[in-house]
Design a protein around this ligand. Structure first.
Ligand SMILES: N[C@@H](CCC(=O)N[C@@H](CS)C(=O)NCC(=O)O)C(=O)O
Length: 283
């Protein structure tokens, strides 16, 4: 951790190409506008926390999962990490934090205070014109929108582990669920959470009940959304279903509930939760 407004963290190194160049912008956030209420933040819970792992234990976990040992000392943002996550605790950027932990790549975490309106500062709007987290920079180049970030990170750092390659028979289903998570599930949650009354035939996302049925059927008898392999699509589908169960708008049992449990049990999810809650506790 270092400096006001900037939180540092270096994760395990397992990168398929050497990273060089300038790290992401250390945005100074000036706006005092109040942020819109975020359902994820409103409903966040510490229910899935576990105690922090010490460095030795984490290294053992990482060695077991094929990742390199973690650096235990934070290093300055602009000198060490080409990959920066702009993150607010208990927000949608949690899923990117989770994925970075799955990937095991080195990254820096830049905290964005939604309460202070930092996401609407001119500097942050250069990273995400919508003024929302998550956003990342990779060698200074910004990427925004959870779906795009997850797809980008899988391709750039996944080394084939988290996304079926073009031509793979699973590629189509992979893309389908990536887009479904952001294009259908997200508005379905909005519909439920904000009690929108929208005709399902006209609404591109259909309706919440159909989404719940689709998810229940897709996950029945499967470990992950594509079957046996955990992919980047599970980051988006899994975070959505985790939140849905947490908010009591989706079942905690059956295919959805047990899938959400499996997501929560992953070491990377637990580590991301630990980091996120540590940040949240700092206020
Ligand atoms: N479509 C975006 C949504 C991101 C989003 O809604 N982020 C919320 C936090 S959960 C946010 O930054 N809200 C602050 C604001 O809009 O001012 C994505 O999936 O990345």
């Amino acid at each position: 951790m270092s400096g006001p407004g900037v939180t540092m963290r270096i994760a395990a190194a397992s990168v398929n190409a050497p990273i060089t160049g300038k790290a992401g912008t250390n945005a100074k956030c000036l706006s005092s506008r109040r942020p819109a209420r975020c359902p994820v933040r409103a409903a966040a819970s510490t229910r899935f926390l576990r105690p922090a792992l010490d460095v030795g234990t984490r290294q053992a976990h990482m060695a077991a999962s094929g990742r390199h040992a973690e650096r235990d000392q934070p290093m300055p943002l602009t000198e060490t990490s080409d990959l920066v996550l702009y993150h607010a605790p208990r927000s949608r950027s949690f899923r990117i934090l989770w994925f970075l932990e799955e990937l095991g790549v080195p990254y820096a975490l830049h905290r964005v205070s939604l309460e202070k309106g930092e996401q609407k500062s001119a500097e942050f709007l250069k990273l995400n014109p919508s003024g929302k987290v998550p956003a990342i920079t990779d060698r200074g180049a910004p990427v925004a929108e959870s779906g795009a970030i997850v797809a980008y990170l899988a391709e750039r750092y996944g080394n084939g582990r988290f996304s079926p390659a073009p031509g793979d028979p699973d590629r189509g289903a992979y893309l389908q669920w990536l887009f479904y998570a952001v294009g259908v599930m997200e508005p379905c949650f909005g519909e439920k959470f904000f009690k929108w009354d929208v005709p399902a035939r006209q609404a591109g996302w259909g309706d919440f009940a159909t989404m719940e049925r689709v998810m229940t059927e897709a996950l029945a008898g499967r470990t992950w959304i594509l079957g046996d392999a955990f992919t980047a699509a599970d980051i988006l589908i899994g975070s959505n279903l985790h939140w849905g169960v947490l908010w009591h708008i989706l079942p905690s049992e059956g295919p959805i509930g047990s899938y959400a449990d499996r997501c929560r049990a992953r070491p990377a999810f637990l580590e991301a939760t630990r980091i996120d809650e540590e940040l949240a506790a700092q206020g």
